[in-house]
Design a protein around this ligand. Sequence first.
Ligand code: IMP
Ligand code: MG
Length: 189
Amino acid sequence: MTTEQPLSEVLDQILIDEETLQARIAELGAQISRDYAGVNNLLLACVLKGGVVFLTDLMRHITVPHTIDFLAVSSYGQNIRETTGIVRIDMDLRCNIDGLNVLIVEDIIDSGTTLAYIRRMLQARNPASIKICTLLSKPSRRIVNVDIDYIGFDIPNKFVFGYGLDLDELYRNLPYIGVARPGASAEVS
Ligand code: IMP
Ligand code: MG
């Protein structure tokens, strides 16, 4: 069983509150709806697990017809706050994306390693187009350059959690983006 630390032990500050998040997500949805107007084969490809909360809110602001699918990747180990640089596909998309307009939906782009890898992998499958939508981006951390089409918020180089993003797999249910206290660990040890 997991015993979660009280939030006061791990949360340094709220970086983006719920209202600000939701307002920006509505804007992104409207912009995506304008950009894909008339398109009838849009696929939202959500990167699990972190992207799932963002996806479910975002898709309700997208007015063009679309389908959704999921893939899961990992580049982090438990308790490691830095990318290993090695990306592993834990679960692939179920659908064939040949000829589809694919919009990758991701929680955060940090070094860029994960997204560059996913884009390259999906590009080889002959989609009509690929674009990237990320809720958060840490531009100062970029190692691999990736073109991002939609960014919710640029954020500073701090470890954040909540709204789909985890701290040691916990706290994904928070409705806001919080900054972790330096050295914070989610489980009571
Ligand atoms: P990248 O490959 O370095 O761009 O890392 C991307 C992945 O690392 C994201 O999809 C997240 O899962 C994770 N990640 C990066 N920064 C954070 C953070 O501040 N909080 C939680 N997860 C993060
Ligand atoms: Mg992620």
